[in-house]
Design a protein around this ligand. Structure first.
Ligand SMILES: [Mg+2]
Length: 404
């Protein structure tokens, strides 16, 4: 999707199935409808994968240690997950979404953003499309879902969260600020506990308070890029778009060489270039990568991949490059290393900052430095084109890289 579409007012839906794994299990166990149900492995150090709303009332949450969940809901029925069932249902769910618009960005097995701006002539208003999607999911698959709608991804996501379960909430563009401003600051993407605390010290409690705070104050408290971002979101500004190329929660770039190479420095430069592209794209769509991987195809067409899961998910070029470069170094030192035909970098396990805000403070100081630099760089690139800023180490001419 082209970025020029950002200039038009968009109509975005965020669709999220309710307690998806539990709902999927109940299809074959109707006797458990309305009961306390937890999907997860009952043993060891496993965590809750999905909890019915009846157990959520008792405080059970996804990702909670199973032992704790059982203490809170001792009468709950525990079902081991059937991942093949979920993935086959997930495919059908995404097919239903794509029957309304090709502009679907899948966020997880049961969640996606849909840009339905162009679908209204055929399917009606955003609200009518949202209702039609809910009806089809219920009638064809037996799965309940909640849909939020707005003119931006960010507000659509908050709208659906506020309408769960089995809800539908559309925020008309003109009501965006009325909807956002009473919300606590933690509703903003990227505001974690530490950033939240610093803002509270300034008496800033709600999104509306952020909107009414001098931008300079926000920049001082949160750092320049994060301060800008918070201010923009508080004013309903979110230019991230529905990226249909995010498949399996990952994005990647790769490059094939005309002549096989084992020049380590050349490959390292390539990794730097690819990492920069991925970082730029992550920031455009407003996501963080949990895992970084590299792919190398040797001259004999043997393909190897190496991946590393980050302690703190990132959208920073530097962090991605550091990880990918380290993976390349390790691989090049191994016995399987040969001349390279293709090299690629991939960002995997993409998440929205808001999903992590509860556990992590993404605005922690040292990590933030790179982010500020990257964001400023993106702004210059957007203004003057991609060649305006190139890391000093990248100077050789190159062939166009492929997108994975
Ligand atoms: Mg869900």
């Amino acid at each position: 999707m082209s970025e020029s579409m950002n200039n038009q007012r968009r109509s975005i839906l965020h669709v999220d199935l309710d307690a998806f794994f539990v709902s999927a299990e109940l299809l074959t166990r109707p006797e458990l409808i309305g009961e306390q149900v937890i999907v997860g492995y009952p043993k060891g150090r496993s965590v809750v994968l999905s909890a019915s709303y009846e157990t959520r009332k008792l405080g059970v949450r996804s990702a909670m240690p199973m032992s704790q969940a059982i203490r809170l809901a001792p009468k709950a029925t525990i079902i081991s997950p059937s991942h093949s069932l979920y993935s086959s249902l997930s495919k059908q769910v995404m097919e239903i979404f794509r029957s309304f618009t090709p502009q679907v960005q899948q966020l997880s097995v049961d969640e996606a953003f849909l840009d339905v701006t162009g679908a209204s002539r055929m399917f009606g208003s955003a609200e009518e499309i949202a209702q039609a999607i809910k009806t089809r999911l219920k009638e064809e698959l037996g799965l309940p879902a909640t849909v939020g709608g707005a003119s931006t991804k960010f507000v659509a996501k908050i709208a659906s969260t506020s309408a769960k379960p089995d809800g539908l909430r559309i925020i008309p563009h003109g009501e965006t600020l009325d909807f956002l401003h009473p919300l606590p600051i933690r509703a903003l993407w990227g505001i974690g506990p530490v950033a939240g605390k610093s803002l509270h010290e300034f008496g800033i409690q709600t999104v509306g308070d952020i909107a009414n705070t001098d931008l300079k104050v926000l920049q001082r408290v949160l750092g320049e890029a994060s301060g800008n971002r918070a201010w923009e979101l508080a004013h309903g500004i979110d230019t991230s778009f529905v990226d249909t190329e995010v498949i399996d929660h990952s994005i990647g770039h790769e490059r094939t060489y005309e002549i096989d190479t084992d020049n380590f420095e050349q490959l390292q430069k390539e990794i730097l270039d690819l990492s920069r592209k991925i970082g730029q794209r992550l920031r455009k769509i407003g996501h963080l990568a949990g895992t970084v991987s590299i792919k190398v195809k040797f001259y004999d067409f043997k393909v190897v991949t190496r991946s590393h899961t980050l302690e703190i998910p990132t959208d920073s070029d530097t962090e991605i490059y550091k990880t990918a470069g380290e993976l390349l170094k390790e691989l090049s030192a191994s016995a399987i290393w040969r001349k390279v035909r293709l090299i690629g970098v991939r960002a995997e396990q993409l998440t929205l900052p808001g999903e992590l805000a509860v556990q992590l403070d993404l605005w922690d100081a040292p990590k933030q430095v790179h982010k500020d630099v990257d964001t400023v760089t993106d702004k210059i690139r957007d203004k003057f084109g991609n060649t305006a800023i190139v890391p000093a180490r990248l100077s050789t001419a190159r062939e166009p890289e492929q997108e994975g």
